[in-house]
Design a protein around this ligand. Structure first.
Ligand SMILES: NC(=O)c1ccc[n+]([C@@H]2O[C@H](COP(=O)([O-])OP(=O)(O)OC[C@H]3O[C@@H](n4cnc5c(N)ncnc54)[C@H](O)[C@@H]3O)[C@@H](O)[C@H]2O)c1
Ligand SMILES: [Zn+2]
Length: 367
């Protein structure tokens, strides 16, 4: 059980994060405590809505909050401008006003889409985030980033909009497929490597239970990851260039390039980031003083979670080009977050071409 209060300098001034098993049943009560709204649009996806939508609606209504459901398709394909327009139309039909709120029930896709709808509807209404995937519980629900994708790339249109409340119920992970659980475990390894050695050690200690979906073990990883991410986010709310939040991009330089090369289909985000961490740790040993033993611990943990070991059938040249064309990159140089030790990340730095190519080939890029 954890009850955190995240105090921001930017508006809205605070988010509560409530982590507790069976918290979904208390959703309405938690919302009443954190927000003034008494009407809500519950935005979910088809899969999560079928599994947990009824329980969420009942919990809201039991606490006297009038709630209607809006359903988006499951997965990344919901994060489009077309879907956002449909959501705005649905909010208009429900006559959601400035004092009402949006409740997002789902994984990171629903969170990003519904959060952006809340950020833009009537120039911004309050929202409550109820993350249901492991990735969303450990990563995307904290930090206030919301976005949709364009054909030109992922997350190109979005806003920072902190939820008033995040309700995390680890019991919801019981219905999550193992493949999806693995995506979240990759981000747990990332946060451990980049920002929290104790989280990393916890993941090692409970590796088998985490891989097998033990809810108690997952709840421990969620709470530790949320605390670590909250600490990093509070020190760098808007992700300044080279700010502390960039540590959380460990493994993501190559990860994003791999996702782009696969057209954001087929290769999942956590799987791509795992390969990215394998390359980043090689570079960290060679250029940042990470001990080979520490790198071996990372590799063993990724293996234990069933995360992929190498790039399948992608040319080195395609990867280098995808890295150079990452739309979110601010400077002309490709930068990598390295980890001199477990739990510590360096500011993103440019990597000399020969070292970079050698590392990419070692993780499987085709010459
Ligand atoms: N805002 C941020 O800071 C941030 C950070 C990381 C990732 N993201 C975004 O998050 C998205 C990925 O999130 P995701 O991996 O959660 O994907 P997702 O939301 O697409 O969910 C993956 C799949 O799991 C299903 N699912 C979710 N919860 C379930 C449950 N409890 N039981 C059964 N099935 C369930 C969903 O229906 C979906 O099919 C990406 O779009 C990424 O860009 C955002
Ligand atoms: Zn990520």
């Amino acid at each position: 059980v954890a009850d955190l209060e995240l105090r921001f300098r930017t508006r809205p001034a605070a988010s509560r994060v409530h982590i507790r098993r069976a918290a979904l049943g208390r959703l309405g009560m938690l919302v009443r405590r954190a927000a003034t709204a008494r009407r809500a649009a519950l935005i979910t996806d088809a899969t999560v809505g079928r599994l947990h939508g009824g329980a969420a609606l009942r919990a809201l209504r039991r606490a006297g909050i009038a709630a209607d459901r809006i359903v988006a398709p499951a997965g990344e394909r919901a994060k489009t401008p077309a879907r956002l327009t449909a959501l705005w139309d649905a909010l208009a039909r429900l006559e959601i006003g400035r004092d009402d709120m949006v409740v997002a029930l789902g994984g990171g896709s629903v969170g990003d889409l519904a959060g952006f709808a809340a950020a833009t509807w009537l120039r911004g209404v309050a929202w409550v985030c109820v993350p249901t995937s492991l990735l969303a519980q450990v990563d995307s629900s904290i930090g206030g980033k919301t976005a949709v994708d364009l054909a030109a790339g992922k997350n190109l249109v979005g806003a920072f909009h902190q939820p008033a409340l995040v309700v995390i119920d680890p019991d919801l992970l019981a219905t999550l497929p193992a493949r999806e659980r693995r995506q979240g475990l990759a981000e747990v390894v990332k946060t451990g490597m980049a920002a929290d050695a104790r989280l990393f050690a916890y993941a090692e200690r409970r590796a088998a239970a985490l891989a097998g979906g033990d809810i108690e073990a997952l709840a421990g990883a969620v709470e530790r990851s949320v605390r670590a991410k909250a600490r990093v986010v509070l020190a760098d709310e808007r992700e300044r260039e080279g700010g502390g939040r960039s540590a959380l991009n460990y493994g993501h330089t190559l990860g994003h390039a791999l996702e782009a090369v696969h057209g954001y289909r087929g290769l999942r985000h956590g799987d791509a980031v795992a390969i990215g961490m394998r390359a980043a740790s090689l570079l960290s040993v060679r250029l940042a003083g990470l001990s080979p033993g520490a790198r071996a611990r990372q590799e063993a943990l990724l293996d234990g979670f069933g995360l992929p070991r190498s790039i399948e059938n992608v040319a080195l040249r395609a990867l280098l080009s995808a890295m150079r064309h990452d739309k979110k990159r601010r400077s002309s140089q490709v930068r990598w977050v390295l980890t001199p030790r477990i739990g510590h990340a360096s500011v993103p730095r440019p990597i000399e071409r020969r070292a970079l190519e050698a590392a990419l080939i070692e993780v499987g890029a085709r010459r």
